[in-house]
Design a binder for this molecule. Structure first.
Ligand SMILES: [Zn+2]
Length: 435
C-alpha cells in the first residue's frame, strides 16, 4: 500500500485520538438531545425509563435508555400514521421522504430535513473519499432509484465529491453496461449481487467489462463485498477494486471500506455511536466477540434513532488500520443477521458463509437455497445454474466444498440456464419451505 495514495474526507477527524473522538461523540449527543424535547416518541421513551434528556450527557449515560427496535418504529407509524410520533419538527421543515424496502415488515417511511440530508451526503463523502474517488471520476449509480434512500444518497454523495454522476435508473442491464462503457465510467455503485449479474450479462452480449475504464466498484445492501470469494469474483470480472460499505434507511451510511483493503470496514464513529451487544441477552458484549450492532445517529436530528438494534452481527476490532484512521472496524463487514442464522446438522452458519463458498466455484452462475426446517434443524437444497461444465462435476465440487469447509452435507440440484431469479437490488436467494 502506497502511503501517498490514501485519501480522506476529513483526515484530522478520521485519525483523531480515541479519547478525543469519544468527547466529540458526547458533545454531539448532547446537542442532539437538546433538540429532542419536541420529539414525542423519544420524549415518552425517556419518561417511561425515568430519565431526563437534559441529564444524559454522554454515550455511557445513554445506555440507561432502552433500545429502539424496528418493530417499535413500525408499530408507532401504524398507530400514528403516516410518520409516527418520531418527527422532531413540524412537517413543513422536512425535504425528503423515502421508505424502506420492507422485506420483513411494513415499509417504514423516513423523512429528512435539509440539514439531515446534508449529514447523509456527508457520510457518503467518507465512503467515496476512502475509496479514492475524486473529481476526476465518472460515477455510475446502477440502481432502480424509486423510494429507496440509499440510491439517492449514493447519487448526491457522488455529486458532492465533484465527480461526474450518472443515474442508471429505468434502464435494462445491457443498457446500463453500454452507458458505463460509452461514458467512460470509472466508478460503479450497486449491490454485490447486481455487480455479478452485470458481469454475466456483459459476457452474454460480448462486452469487455474488465477492459472498461471502471477501476472501482462500491457496494452495499448486502454483505457480499466483504465476503472474500464474492469480492475476488467481482474484482476479476470488473478488473476493479471492490469496496464495501454499510447503511440503513433509518440509520444512515454507517460504515465504509478503505484503501488499505484489510477485509475489515470502518465504523463511522464521527457520525454514529456504536455499541456491541449479545443478541440473546441484550447485555453489552466485549469488543472482539461477535455481537449485534446497536447504533445512535448523531446528525439526523429531524428523525433520529437512539440505541437502535440493527439486527446486524459483526466482529468489531480496535486494532489500528494501516490507512491511519483511528475509527473502529468490523471484520468481514456485516457477518449476518441474527434472524438469518441457519442450523444445519448442528452447525450454526449464516448465508454469507454459503455465499463465500459458492462464489469460489467459477462454474456456478447463479444459485438459490431451499431451507426446510425439521425438528429445529435446517436441511439445505442448493439449486445451481452452471455454465459449460457438466452438472455432475460442479455438483461434486459443491459437495466437497461444503464437506471440507463447513463440515455439512447438502443436497444439490441443477436449475435450467436463466431459470433462477436475477436481482437488481438485494438478493433473496433463501426460500423457506415447509414439510
Ligand atoms: Zn482503514
Amino acid at each position: 500500500m502506497n502511503e501517498q495514495r490514501i485519501t480522506f474526507h476529513r483526515r484530522e477527524l478520521e485519525t483523531l485520538d480515541r479519547q478525543l473522538l469519544r468527547e466529540k461523540q458526547d458533545l454531539r449527543l448532547r446537542n442532539l438531545l437538546d433538540h429532542l424535547a419536541t420529539n414525542r416518541f423519544y420524549e415518552e421513551k425517556f419518561r417511561l425509563a425515568g430519565l431526563r434528556m437534559e441529564s444524559v450527557r454522554s454515550a455511557e449515560e445513554l445506555r440507561l435508555l432502552p433500545f429502539t427496535t424496528k418493530s417499535e418504529l413500525a408499530a408507532d407509524q401504524q398507530a400514528y400514521p403516516p410518520y409516527g410520533r418520531i418527527l422532531t419538527y413540524p412537517l413543513a421543515r422536512y425535504r425528503y421522504l423515502h421508505q424502506t424496502s420492507g422485506t420483513t415488515l411494513q415499509p417504514l417511511k423516513w423523512l429528512d430535513t435539509a440539514e439531515d440530508w446534508e449529514s447523509w451526503i456527508d457520510c457518503w463523502s467518507y465512503v467515496y473519499r476512502a475509496a479514492g474517488v475524486t473529481e476526476q471520476d465518472v460515477v455510475f449509480c446502477a440502481f432502480s432509484f424509486g423510494p429507496y434512500v440509499s440510491h439517492w444518497a449514493a447519487m448526491d454523495g457522488a455529486r458532492r465529491t465533484g465527480a461526474l454522476c450518472l443515474s442508471g435508473g429505468g434502464l435494462s442491464s445491457e443498457q446500463r453496461l453500454r452507458m458505463i462503457i460509452d461514458s467512460g465510467c470509472t466508478v460503479v455503485a450497486c449491490t454485490p449481487t447486481y455487480a455479478l449479474h452485470l458481469a454475466e450479462v456483459a459476457r452474454g452480449v460480448g462486452l469487455d467489462l474488465a477492459g472498461s475504464a471502471v477501476h472501482t466498484t462500491i457496494h452495499a445492501g448486502e454483505p457480499g463485498a466483504s465476503i472474500p470469494a464474492v469480492k475476488r469474483r467481482i474484482e476479476r470480472e470488473w478488473g476493479a477494486t471492490c469496496y464495501d460499505h454499510a447503511g440503513a434507511t433509518e440509520v444512515g451510511a454507517w460504515a465504509f471500506d478503505c484503501q488499505a483493503q484489510t477485509g475489515a470496514i470502518h465504523l463511522h464513529e464521527l457520525e454514529f455511536i456504536f455499541e456491541l451487544i449479545d443478541p440473546e441477552t441484550g447485555q453489552t458484549a466485549d469488543p472482539g466477540t461477535r455481537g449485534e450492532l446497536v447504533i445512535t445517529n448523531l446528525g439526523r436530528i429531524g428523525m433520529p434513532v437512539l440505541r437502535y438494534r440493527t439486527g446486524d452481527l459483526v466482529d468489531m476490532t480496535l486494532d489500528p488500520c494501516p490507512c491511519g484512521r483511528s475509527l473502529a472496524r468490523i471484520r468481514g463487514g456485516v457477518v449476518g443477521r441474527a434472524d438469518d442464522m441457519l442450523i444445519v446438522r448442528g452447525v450454526n452458519l449464516y448465508p454469507s458463509a454459503i455465499d463465500n463458498l459458492i462464489r469460489d466455484i467459477p462454474a456456478i452462475v447463479e444459485y438459490e437455497v431451499e431451507v426446510r426446517r425439521r425438528a429445529g434443524m435446517d436441511d439445505l437444497l442448493i439449486k445451481i445454474e452452471t455454465g459449460d461444465q457438466p452438472f455432475s462435476d460442479v455438483e461434486q465440487a459443491v459437495f466437497a466444498a461444503f464437506r471440507s469447509r463447513l463440515n455439512i452435507r447438502v443436497s444439490v440440484r441443477a436449475a435450467a440456464p436463466g431459470s433462477l431469479p436475477r436481482y437488481e437490488f438485494k438478493a433473496r436467494r433463501y426460500k423457506r419451505v415447509t414439510g
